[in-house]
Structures are given as structure tokens and as C-alpha cells.
Ligand binder design. Structure first.
Ligand SMILES: C[S@@+](CC[C@H](N)C(=O)[O-])C[C@H]1O[C@@H](n2cnc3c(N)ncnc32)[C@H](O)[C@@H]1O
Length: 274
């Protein structure tokens, strides 16, 4: 049942019109955005979600945007159990996470599937800013990649990634490192066929070391926040970083993979680097 239908007899039409009709589901946790004007109704809204979705045990309200170094989000429980670790399936992979302690967005699941579909059999991939291991594990489960390496700084996210890796026993080709990309990546001293940079806010700061890790002819996936009329600017960031590091941007295309504010999109520059 749609949330608005469930609240049809409970809220006046004016309030129903303000309600965002959909919410994210992470395991048994519903995460909803409630406009400030409906704050007084939050417990009613949570009750309606719990009554109509028997698989949901916790309803949490988003009280801020993704922020801080670890890109976590402020959540306030408005119904059901306290926030704790949950088990969530995505693209055939079982993940463990507490959405309060780590970054995870169900809305990027199509993007992860897209990247997995590009990975050639036997090729090696590096995922910088790998979080709970969403990209490495989805690539592993949906391709015939060789080794996939992930690097993540948030200790909680790294621990969940390790737990999810252990919980998906058929995945044997993922290696995860905890630490700052700026420190861990140079120490690896190796190159990859494909390098992913899923940290749209500040990925540009790491372009030089990421490009150095791309084999000649390999692919770089550079994520950025951008307006639709300025997509070439994101390509230019990659082109300039290539030139500064004596490499060449051989080909590029931009994929729009998410919406983050009325004018701004989460985009990915798919680049081939010689
Ligand atoms: C936008 S999240 C993406 C997480 C994951 N790739 C995903 O798609 O679910 C960015 C991640 O980068 C991590 N991070 C931020 N700065 C970092 C750094 N310097 N080195 C390693 N990880 C970093 C954050 O903790 C966060 O988990």
C-alpha cells in the first residue's frame, strides 16, 4: 500500500500533499524525509509505515544531508526498534551495515550494476573510497573480474565490508584495505585495468594518484556533483589531471547516475586513459 493511501484517513489533504510518498528501505530499516511542517505527525507516519510493511522494524527520519569525512547521515528513529546493524540484499550480494555509522545509498544500486557490466573477465579493478564494500562486492558477484581491491578510511565501514565479504562465501577475489587513500594507494605500488572514485564531493583531490594507478588504456570512473549544463567541466577536471601527470585522456563520456538537489546531479565521467 502506498504511504499516502495508508495515511488517507489520518492526515488532512493539505498535509498529504506535503508528504514525500516514497522512502528508502535498507534491510529492515525505512529511511524517510519528512518536511519540517509535518514534524508533529512523524510518529503517525512511522506507525503507518510499520503497519503496512511487516518487513520493516525501524523507521528513521533523515535529519540532515550526507556530511563529514565519512559521508554519514543524521538519522532519528521515529518508530519501531532502535537503529542497529541490519542485513540488506543488493544485486545478489548480502550486506551488513548500520546506516547511521556508514555511507550506503540504495539509490546507487543501478550504477553499481552498470559498472559491473563493464568489467572484463580476468581484469583487475581498484575501488577507492569503497565504504561497506558495495562496489567491490557487487562487481565480484556480477562479473568475472580478476582481483578487486577496495580502500576505505571509516573503520566502521571497513569492518562491515569485511563482514559482508566473509558472509558471501562464493566471493574470493576481493581484498580490502582500511586507511586513507592518499596513504594506502601509493604503498600498493601497482596498477589496475579500472579505477573507481565514488567520492563525488572531493574525488578531484585524488585524481593524480588515481590516474597513476590506471594501466595504459585502462578506465577511470570519476564521480562528481555537477549541473547538467556544465558536464564538460567534469571532463575537464580529468583531462587537466591527465596532462599534469603526463597521461592522455583518450576518450570520455558522462553518465548521469543520481539527483542530489534541484539543479545538481551525481555524475560519472567514464574515461579511457593512455
Ligand atoms: C560517498 S561514500 C561511497 C562509499 C561506497 N563507495 C558506496 O558507493 O557505497 C565515500 C566513502 O569514502 C570514504 N572516504 C572519505 N575520504 C576518504 C579517504 N581519504 N580515504 C579513504 N576513504 C575515504 C568515506 O568514509 C565513505 O565511506
Amino acid at each position: 500500500m502506498r504511504l499516502k493511501d495508508a495515511l488517507n484517513t489520518v492526515l488532512p489533504q493539505g498535509e498529504l500533499d506535503m508528504l514525500v510518498g516514497s522512502f528508502d528501505i535498507v534491510g529492515d530499516i525505512a529511511i524517510i524525509i519528512i518536511p519540517p511542517a509535518l514534524s508533529v505527525r512523524e510518529h503517525l507516519i512511522a506507525k503507518a509505515i510499520l503497519n503496512t510493511h511487516k518487513n520493516i522494524k525501524t523507521v528513521a527520519r533523515r535529519t540532515g544531508n550526507y556530511g563529514g569525512e565519512f559521508r554519514t547521515i543524521d538519522l532519528t528513529v521515529i518508530g519501531g526498534k532502535d537503529l542497529q546493524e541490519t542485513e540488506h540484499w543488493e544485486n545478489g550480494v548480502r550486506f551488513f551495515l548500520n546506516p547511521e555509522k556508514v555511507y550506503y545509498s540504495v539509490r546507487s544500486s543501478n550504477e553499481r550494476k552498470r559498472i559491473a557490466s563493464l568489467v572484463r573477465p580476468g581484469s583487475e579493478a581498484l575501488v577507492l573510497f569503497s565504504g561497506i564494500g558495495a562496489f567491490p562486492l557487487v562487481i565480484a558477484a556480477n562479473s568475472q573480474a580478476g582481483e578487486i581491491v577496495g580502500i576505505e578510511k571509516n573503520p566502521d565501514a571497513h569492518q562491515y565490508a569485511q563482514k559482508s565479504l566473509a558472509g558471501n562465501r562464493r566471493i574470493k577475489n576481493v581484498v580490502l584495505y582500511e586507511g586513507d587513500v592518499a596513504e594506502v594507494l601509493p604503498r600498493l605500488n601497482r596498477t589496475f585495468d579500472r579505477v573507481l572514485m565514488p567520492l563525488p564531493k572531493t574525488a578531484a583531490d585524488y585524481l593524480a594518484i588515481a590516474i597513476a594507478a590506471v594501466r595504459p588504456g585502462g578506465r577511470l570512473h570519476f564521480y562528481d556533483f555537477q549541473t547538467l549544463d556544465a558536464l564538460p567541466r567534469s571532463i575537464e577536471k580529468v583531462r587537466c589531471a591527465c596532462e599534469d601527470n603526463h597521461r592522455r585522456l583518450a576518450a570520455s563520456e558522462v553518465v548521469v547516475c543520481g539527483h542530489c538537489s534541484p539543479q545538481t546531479y551525481r555524475i560519472c565521467v567514464d574515461a579511457q586513459i593512455e
